[in-house]
Design a protein around this ligand. Structure first.
Ligand SMILES: NC(=O)c1ccc[n+]([C@@H]2O[C@H](COP(=O)([O-])OP(=O)(O)OC[C@H]3O[C@@H](n4cnc5c(N)ncnc54)[C@H](O)[C@@H]3O)[C@@H](O)[C@H]2O)c1
Length: 283
């Protein structure tokens, strides 16, 4: 299916080898879009072990995959905690492609340091989570939204939120607050941009089978004397057992929802927050 032929997509946080951003960028490219992808440059110590082992090169590796599908790709490194870098990144995408039809706000702060009771959560970690998970979504929506309005061709903005944006859990104050806020931002932006035929929706995944970096998981794995990957495997299995459909999400499950929301078939849907969670949560 090439229903996104002629469209330009921008996906943030797209450099992870098994991340939702990469799966989404590839899905949109398979559906015909040309894709700009962005990520922050990360220290080797902040990368999942498989990415180091397999010499994965973040968005440069993803760009090669997209180009091998016959689509144009622009990888741009950008730290989303810096508004100036966001403006520069969007400027580069506009110079290269002349427009942006689909924005996927997917990046998030590296998790783990937030996994403490609210009484122990540091102000620094709180600020960082809000900066990447919420404020950067606002800034990208504003900067790209202005271009969409100026070009007058409508658009799609898709924010990757979480189950945790609808139902908080212990030791999740910063993460949940940041994702609940994304749902409020999604609804308000949808109303502001509706007159321009720009739809704004959120996707709320449950646990996903990624090898995302988590400082918390790495610490527990060390304590238990197992590798991070073994530890992660156990979490994935346990979470799968708790999920009515018997497994946790694959990154592609989330990418499929994004591709639908980006398509013409979703033209009349805005301000919504769709769960992709195998039946874990219903509201
Ligand atoms: N993995 C899960 O189980 C899960 C569950 C529910 C929701 N989600 C959501 O799905 C989305 C993707 O999840 P994932 O597990 O693929 O992501 P991830 O944890 O691998 O991180 C996404 C990307 O964000 C980038 N990033 C981190 N800090 C950045 C910064 N300062 N500037 C720019 N980019 C930065 C990372 O480099 C990474 O490539 C996120 O929004 C996440 O909250 C994930």
């Amino acid at each position: 299916m090439a229903d996104l032929e002629g469209k330009i997509a921008l996906v943030t946080g797209a450099g992870g080898m098994r991340g939702v951003g990469r799966a989404t960028a590839l899905k949109l490219a398979q559906r015909g879009a040309d894709v700009a992808i962005t990520d922050v440059r990360r220290e080797t110590s902040d990368l999942p072990p498989a990415e180091v082992r397999e010499e994965w090169h973040s968005i440069d590796s993803v760009a090669e995959e997209i180009e091998s599908l016959g689509r144009a790709c622009l990888p741009v490194y950008c730290d989303l905690s810096d508004d100036g870098q966001i403006q520069g990144m969007v400027g580069q995408v506009m110079d290269r492609f002349g427009g942006i039809d689909i924005l996927v706000n997917n990046a998030r702060a590296i998790i783990g340091r937030d996994k403490v009771p609210v009484t122990e959560l540091s102000r620094e970690v709180w600020d960082h989570f809000l900066a990447i998970n919420t404020t950067a979504v606002f800034v990208c929506t504003q900067v790209v939204g202005r271009e969409m309005v100026r070009l007058g061709k409508g658009g799609r903005i898709i924010n990757i939120a979480s189950n945790a944006g609808k139902q908080a859990s212990a030791m999740g104050a910063a993460y949940s607050a940041s994702k609940f806020a994304v749902l409020g931002l999604t609804q308000a932006s949808a109303m502001d941009l509706a007159e321009y035929q720009i739809t704004v929706n959120a996707v709320c995944p449950g646990p996903i089978n990624t090898d995302r970096m988590s400082y918390w998981e790495r610490g527990l794995a060390e304590e238990q004397g197992v590798t991070l990957e073994e530890f992660r495997g156990r979490i994935v299995e346990e979470a799968g057992r708790r999920t009515p459909l018997g497994r946790i999400a694959e990154a592609e499950d989330v990418a499929n929802m994004v591709a639908f929301l980006a398509s013409e078939d979703a033209a009349f849907i805005t301000g919504q927050a769709y769960n992709v969670n195998g039946g874990l949560l219903f509201h």
